[in-house]
Design a protein around this ligand. Structure first.
Ligand code: AHR
Length: 515
């Protein structure tokens, strides 16, 4: 099949906020304990942080990490997670039916962020708590000294303030599963008053108000309308969350026969509609308020999530009396199709970089993860790690508008879907142009031709491909390198013509040097 990508250097979408390459860590399953924190591990540092995991995180050059939840945060007392470890209480976590020892808490998270060179995004509890807890935690974290909470932080060994810039006002408050679930009115009022109090402390912080948990929620997009109406002047971002399944029956675990590749790989079209709908709702409220302020999107949870649903449901519905610590749930192992889907999802963020300013792959370690670990053992990259890796390292700069002339197909989700999905980023400082390209076709290889007006190419710096003979192949403890990028030579630059021959169902990264 023949496909052409046309672009022009002056047709830019936006400067890309590097935070669209962020991630998320929740006190859930083995994300924290046995994930990033395992004091008895042979590679643990003086803080108990796994150095092997920090290395894999650092390789992602991760701009920001959201923490500590997720559903977990909605019944969490942040004060439990500070001070001497031996004095910290063990609590029951209602969201994931587990025991939280609080050995790893707020200050450990900040220390870990510094070690992996990332910015913290901290979510506060607006489920069971509210303004009082919020004003105290921001004073504890960000006030230099001379007040009750700042002096307590200093006593805990942290002389300098943490200066957390970005805060989430609760998590998925539209969801009935959420402890302290609220109506849009109840939540909007609370979020607004909490935001106002936090801004009285520091007007320069950035605040994210909760949008819907998914576009499939009955209250979407009315939730966004009402919440933004109540909070427009006090917040900076509205959140979006989305998880995808490639199982027609979400209770099935890895039941390959029920997967549907055609539908699955068109989910990014639904994602585009979802983003556009939220953008329209923002604009509606902006008009209604005659405001010049532009609220942006923090897409702070996204990932495939279906391989491990059965085990999670069994655990959450069981009648256990002794709640386990770090029970291994949500440990999806991602295959080639999941990797390709994430490639198209990240392209959608790049192609909407005028409005999507933050995006967090949910999650980072062991829980619907980019990285998996074994207790006392190895750590490895899941297939979804790689599209994030390429985009984070080479997707910084300005996104370019693309005209993709491609044969199209239909799925149950969308009609007129291009077989080829792509995004392009130009970096004027480094004089590079990057392409992230996915061939969605299950049948056909693609002969790709580029029409790159006004962007004189000097040479191809790098080209790497991800594909496999089996679409269900994944990286596991025994085969951690089944799905990995490989150097290729399918891209050629001859007589001023850039061309590529892309195999079916594959991801292609191209890095070019430009004049
Ligand atoms: O990431 C797993 C869960 O998904 C989060 O706790 C919650 O916010 C969402 O429903």
């Amino acid at each position: 099949m023949k496909v052409k990508i046309v672009l022009h250097k002056d047709y830019k979408i936006s400067h890309i906020d590097k935070r669209i390459y962020s991630s998320f860590l929740e006190h859930l399953g083995r994300a924290i304990y046995e994930g990033i924190y395992e004091p008895d591990h042979s590679e643990a540092d003086e803080n108990g942080f796994r150095k092997d995991v920090m290395k894999l995180v650092s390789e992602l050059n991760m701009p920001a990490v959201r923490y500590p939840g997720g559903n977990f945060v909605s019944a969490f007392n942040w004060e439990d997670s500070i001070g001497l470890k031996e004095d910290r209480p063990t609590r029951l976590d209602l969201a994931w039916k587990s025991k939280e020892t609080n050995e790893f808490g707020l200050n450990e998270f900040i220390t870990w962020c510094k070690k992996v060179n990332t910015e913290p995004i901290y979510a506060i509890n607006l489920g069971t708590r509210g303004i009082d807890a919020a004003r105290n935690i921001i004073e504890y974290c960000n006030h230099p000294s001379g007040s009750y909470w700042s002096e307590l932080r200093i006593k805990h060994g942290f002389k300098d303030p943490h200066n957390i810039k970005m805060w989430c006002l609760g998590n998925e408050m539209d969801g009935e599963w959420q402890v302290g679930h609220k109506t849009a009115y109840e939540y909007g009022r609370l979020a607004n008053e909490t935001a106002k109090a936090m801004r009285l402390f520091d007007k320069n912080i950035e605040l994210v108000v909760c949008g819907s948990s998914s576009d499939t929620m009955k209250t979407f997009p009315e939730w966004e309308r009402e919440v933004l109406d109540l909070t427009y002047d006090s917040v900076d971002y509205i959140s979006m969350h989305k998880y995808w399944s490639n199982s027609e029956d979400r209770s099935d675990e890895r039941e390959i026969g029920k997967h549907n590749t055609t539908n699955y790989l068109t989910n990014s079209i639904g994602l585009q509609t979802y983003i556009s709908d939220v953008e329209s709702t923002i604009n509606f409220i902006k008009s209604k308020k005659r405001s010049k302020k532009n609220i942006k999107i923090s897409f702070d949870e996204y990932q495939p999530w279906y391989h491990s649903i059965k085990k999670m449901n069994t655990h959450l519905n069981s009648d256990i009396k002794d709640w386990p610590k770090a029970y291994p749930i949500l440990e999806d192992e991602y295959n080639l199709l999941d990797c390709l889907l994430i490639g198209t999802v990240i392209n959608t963020f790049i192609n909407n970089s005028h409005i999507v300013k933050i995006a967090c792959m949910a999650q980072l370690v062991n829980v619907i993860p980019a990285i998996s670990t074994v207790k006392n053992g190895i750590s490895w990259r899941q297939s979804v790690y790689y599209p994030l890796y390429f985009a984070s390292l080479y997707g910084r700069g300005e996104s370019l508008q693309l005209k993709i002339n491609s044969p199209k197909y239909s799925s149950d989700i969308a009609d007129d879907v291009n077989y080829v999905d792509a995004s392009a980023v130009v970096n004027e400082e480094k004089k590079t142009l990057s392409f992230f390209i996915i061939n969605r076709s299950e049948e056909e290889n693609v002969d790709l031709d580029f029409d790159i007006n006004n962007l004189p190419i000097i040479k191809i710096i790098d080209q790497q491909i991800i594909n496999h003979t089996s679409i269900y192949a994944s990286n596991t403890i025994n085969k951690p390198n089944e799905i990995v990028p490989k150097k290729t030579n399918i891209v050629t630059f001859q007589n001023e013509n850039l061309m590529a021959k892309i195999p079916k169902l594959s991801y292609l990264f191209i890095l070019l040097k430009i004049k």
